[in-house]
Design a protein around this ligand. Structure first.
Ligand SMILES: [Zn+2]
Ligand SMILES: [Zn+2]
Length: 60
């Protein structure tokens, strides 16, 4: 067993869609009336399960 390099053994990664914020502005952005949307990719947590190790943080 070895630590997963992709997630540094944590089993989770910063969400690429919202950049770890858990939310993002809908199209238009904050200056054109866009509203903040909870990120569906990570369900607002800002973290997603690492796909490389399946969330275990270790590789066989
Ligand atoms: Zn997200
Ligand atoms: Zn991993």
């Amino acid at each position: 067993m070895a630590s997963c390099k992709t997630c540094s053994g944590r089993g989770s990664l910063k969400c690429p869609k919202c950049n770890g914020k858990g939310a993002y502005y809908q199209s238009g952005g904050p200056f054109s009336g866009g509203s903040v949307q909870q990120c569906k990719n990570c369900h607002g947590s800002g973290m997603v399960r690492c796909g490389v190790c399946g969330g275990k943080g270790q590789l066989k």
